[in-house]
Design a protein around this ligand. Structure first.
Ligand code: UN1
Length: 526
């Protein structure tokens, strides 16, 4: 008999649908009670709407989840990879089946527009479909031996218990980037999703259960980061309960996770902030560049780590671009994406991002930047809605050009030619995504090879990763690990080297036995 997804009545937000009863999932057991009380998630587009409630977990649940994940490890890692892949395949089918419902919750819970919410569920589907068949590959290599009668090969081995900590802005896509490959590779996991998205996290875990994942292989704990389940999960590295952390979030927290992991001789996966440059050269297609810049800056209300932060304009087109960019930005429609499905963007995800975005206005003005569009709170007042902000006359050494700001704001920086554009584009400590608009293949190639970012678009937005291309950054944007595609396998496995000696005698490698002996020539006459 099918289990009902637990829901509650949502009297204040009746038009939006029921409240999801978020639950922790520990060793296959669903729990509504948390040792630190309860968490409530309200729709940032209408704070009357309670999207989800969930147990607020702490050390007790993290300890238990780690223990259950550890206990499930031998069985799961010994399960043949194609069978693990089959579960991931069923997950893909279930995600597809419930895509609309899941997207509606994503919209209510984190404020994404309808098409973006559907797109982000699709990204989870694409990820699961890609890794389903990876279960039938997960290739190693055969390697020639220097000795006769001996065979060498390599095997990918799981790392152990993975702690996954994810942000709220892609509340199903990014968790799938981590959990799908981690589990496919034979690891078990404890997942702490953002406290902005406990509802969709619970539904995602339910889908894993429905797909046939054995109990304890994935465990879900809810709560805060600092001072909550997130912090406890990182500290579990020190206690020897976790073998690897995979984290998407701020550079500050990433550094701290890196320190803890480093002391435990672990390599965490860290996907951190960005201050992504988008360059428009004088020869760019002007329509395309403006469209790309508007989307890169203001899509998802600028709440992507890949959002454009600095738009770098080649002087000859700067004035024309500025005028069109402002005109197009003014046309953006901002509103409640549940009620108005075709809004350009919805609300800010939370008060913290909203406050940071409000502060950035004062910082920019104090530094002497000029406001082309002021932004500011806009109605309806029951949600966290803001209009776009554009700063002009920005220099790369200003704080607003250096610091990431989650929200709809972007800086215009004028430069003279490609050399200066590259210097400015590389002029922040970050290196996540980047873009250049140009019709000159030489300029595109130079940008591609000299930009420091982990991801580069030629004539497209800074945002918009595909599920089978490596995602990740350099500098302050991460520690060099990559998500997605075949590359992420290196983050969730370690190589085992195997040598099989079939010679029936003791053969010694790396002992000098003058194995290669040629005929000496006389070179003295040369
Ligand atoms: C993030 O904001 O943490 O490429 C990830 C993109 C998204 C991923 C963003 N698919 O913009």
């Amino acid at each position: 008999m099918a289990n009902q997804i637990p829901i509650r009545e949502n009297p204040a937000g009746r038009d939006y649908g029921p409240t999801v009863s978020g639950q922790a999932w520990i060793g296959g057991e669903w729990r509504s009670e948390g040792s630190l009380g309860t968490l409530e998630r309200r729709n940032p587009a209408n704070l009357m709407d309670i999207v989800a409630v969930a147990p607020r977990c702490g050390r007790a649940e993290v300890d238990e989840a780690c223990a259950r994940a550890r206990a499930a490890l031998p069985g799961w890692s010994a399960t043949p990879a194609p069978r693990r892949g089959a579960i991931v395949g069923r997950l893909a089918a279930l995600l597809r089946h419930h895509k609309e419902r899941l997207a509606r919750i994503v919209t209510r819970e984190v404020g994404k527009s309808r098409r973006e919410a559907l797109g982000s569920v699709q990204e989870a589907i694409d990820t699961a479909e890609f890794f389903q068949s990876e279960g039938r590959r997960l290739y190693g290599q055969t390697v020639p031996s220097e000795l006769p009668g001996k065979e060498l090969y390599t095997v990918r081995r799981p790392i152990g218990v993975v702690g996954a900590i994810t942000a709220g802005n892609f509340p199903i896509a990014v968790p799938s980037w981590k959990l799908v490959p981690a589990l496919l590779c034979g690891n078990t996991a404890v997942w702490k999703p953002s406290d902005d998205a406990p509802g969709i996290a619970t539904l995602f875990a339910r889908l894993w259960e429905e797909a046939g994942l054995p109990h304890g292989v994935l465990n879900l704990v809810h709560g805060a980061g600092a001072g909550g389940a997130g912090e406890e999960l990182v500290l579990a590295v020190e206690r020897g309960q976790i073998d690897k952390i995979s984290f998407t979030g701020s550079t500050k927290v990433g550094r701290w996770i890196g320190e803890i992991s480093g002391r435990a001789l672990q390599v965490p996966s860290l996907e951190l902030g960005g201050k992504n440059p988008l360059v428009v050269m004088a020869d760019a297609d002007p329509d395309l560049a403006v469209q790309g810049a508007v989307w890169a800056s203001f899509g998802t209300a600028g709440q992507r780590c890949t959002s454009a932060g600095n738009i770098i304009l080649d002087r000859p087109i700067a004035a024309a671009f500025r005028a069109r960019f402002v005109a197009e930005t003014r046309k953006l429609r901002i509103g409640d994406p549940t009620r108005e499905p075709d809004v350009s963007y919805g609300p800010m995800m939370n008060e913290r991002f909203l406050e940071g975005w409000l502060r950035q206005r004062e910082t920019g003005l104090a530094e002497g930047a000029r406001l082309l569009l002021d932004g500011g709170r806009v109605p309806p007042q029951e949600g966290l809605f803001v209009a776009p902000r554009i700063f002009d006359g920005v220099r790369i050494d200003m704080r607003i050009a250096q610091e990431e700001c989650f929200g709809p704001t972007v800086n215009l920086i004028e430069v003279g030619g490609l050399d200066e554009a590259l210097a400015v584009a590389n002029g922040t400590p970050y290196g996540l995504s980047s873009a250049i608009y140009t019709r000159d293949p030489q300029a595109a190639l130079r940008f591609r090879s000299e930009i420091r970012a982990g991801m580069t678009s030629i004539n497209n937005s800074t945002t918009g990763a595909e599920a089978h291309l490596p995602f990740g950054g350099n500098g302050w944007s991460g520690n060099g690990t990559r998500e997605s595609g075949i590359w992420v396998l290196d983050s969730y496995t370690r190589w085992q080297a195997v040598n099989v000696d079939l010679s029936d005698r003791l053969q010694l490698a790396q002992i000098d036995q003058a194995a290669v002996e040629g005929t000496p020539h006389d070179w003295s006459a040369l």
